[in-house]
Design a protein around this ligand. Structure first.
Ligand code: SAM
Length: 365
């Protein structure tokens, strides 16, 4: 997959063009992911994915929410695919000169059936629609040349693999690290059943990881041939069990175009939280973990690659997180639509999103 930056250039200056007006219908289920404000997040996501080359406005027609935007020329197939892949996309219409809605067909957004994302249900799962948003905007921040092989998205706090599943459905390779071995085992069991049931050409195996005669945990590896696309390479997934701060050791020299993760929320369950392995008082807060993990993750990014994190702002401010990113040599994207993703999940979780890019050093590529 190449960077989408060139896709949205609207028209060519010298020509007289009639602007095209579009309305994207937002899926009604979106509010489940965000309590409220789904349309605001959707507008920010679309603005970022179109590289802000078009103003995106939230609007209502007969009580139904849409995103409204205009382009100088009809959307190309590549641009339609970007719209179809929006996390809240339901349908696209052209607003005609007579102010009527004309349906616009869009290409298939994903390579695999959506039940890869919707069947797994478990406590601590990141909403799949929100995960799609996080993946979309992080990929939009990547500045890398087009490649012959698919990009890889790493989720270093992988849980049972929602980010990995989103990445694969978009035609990308996926990788992960997760501290809870049971989660990786559950992911492996689900994927094996799902791949078999869908009759896809695949391999899927859980195996021990040993270095210098010592057991380091386990890994789940899978490959899958996208259906109806024999010309595409098999997509690959690797998830290690282990502490995320060991991610660079586990993956060795491998580097990633994008790292996308939903950080533990630091919400107390009994005596502990969903933050693993950070000692002392900081145990309950994800801040201690992120402070130690972000430099490791930054070292795993290719130049021009991007890191997208969602986190609970109760306990860690945007400024603190941006400082951690800067300390690891990353440039946080902190203007316009990038600042419009804050939303309430429940009484103890106020979630926000921060994306940062590893600068391209002229000496390295
Ligand atoms: C918010 S959850 C992510 C859920 C995931 N996106 C999903 O949908 O399954 C955060 C995850 O981080 C994991 N975690 C917390 N501390 C960790 C650590 N030090 N190393 C590795 N994983 C850790 C937790 O076990 C949990 O699965």
């Amino acid at each position: 997959m190449s960077g989408p930056s060139a896709l949205w250039c609207a028209g060519h200056a010298m020509r007289e063009t009639v602007p095209m007006r579009y309305l994207m219908l937002i899926a009604p289920a979106s509010n489940r992911a965000y309590a409220q404000g789904a349309d605001r997040l959707a507008a920010a996501e679309l603005a970022i994915c179109t590289h802000a080359r078009t103003e995106v406005e939230v609007t209502e027609l007969a009580g139904v929410g849409y995103l409204r935007f205009a382009t100088e020329e009809p959307l190309s197939a590549a641009q339609l695919l970007i719209v179809a892949r929006q996390s809240t996309f339901l349908a696209l219409f052209e607003l005609t000169a007579e102010d009527l809605l004309r349906p616009v067909p869009v290409p298939a957004a994903t390579l695999f059936d959506d039940d890869l994302l919707t069947i797994p249900k478990y406590p601590g799962k990141t909403n799949e629609q929100f995960t799609r948003l996080l993946v979309n905007i992080t990929l939009a921040a990547v500045q890398r040349p087009a490649a012959d092989t698919p990009w890889t998205v790493l989720d270093p706090l992988a849980g049972r693999g929602t980010t990995a599943a989103v990445a694969l459905t978009l035609g990308l390779n996926a990788a992960g690290v997760e501290g809870d071995q049971k989660s990786v085992e559950a992911m492996s069991a689900f994927w094996k059943t799902w791949l078999r049931r869908k009759r896809l050409k695949h391999s899927a195996d859980m195996s021990p990881v040993r270095r210098d005669g010592k057991s380091l945990g386990r890994r789940f590896d899978a490959t899958v041939q996208p259906p109806d696309a024999p010309e595409r390479p098999r997509l690959e997934l690797t998830v290690f069990t282990g502490d995320t701060r060991q991610s660079a050791k586990l993956f060795g020299k491998r580097r990633f175009e994008a790292i996308v993760t939903d950080a533990p929320y630091g919400v107390v369950h009994g005596a502990s939280t969903d933050v693993r392995g950070v000692s002392g008082k900081r145990d309950r807060s994800p801040a201690g973990l992120l402070r130690e993990a972000i430099p490791v993750w930054a070292s795993q990014l290719k130049p021009g690659g991007a890191l997208g994190i969602s986190w609970n702002t109760h306990g860690l401010t945007r400024e603190e997180l941006a400082e951690m990113m800067a300390g690891a040599g990353l440039e946080a994207l902190q203007d316009g639509p990038w600042l419009r993703f804050g939303h309430r999940v429940d009484s103890s979780i106020q979630r926000d999103v921060l994306v940062a890019r590893r600068p391209i050093d002229q000496n390295e590529q």
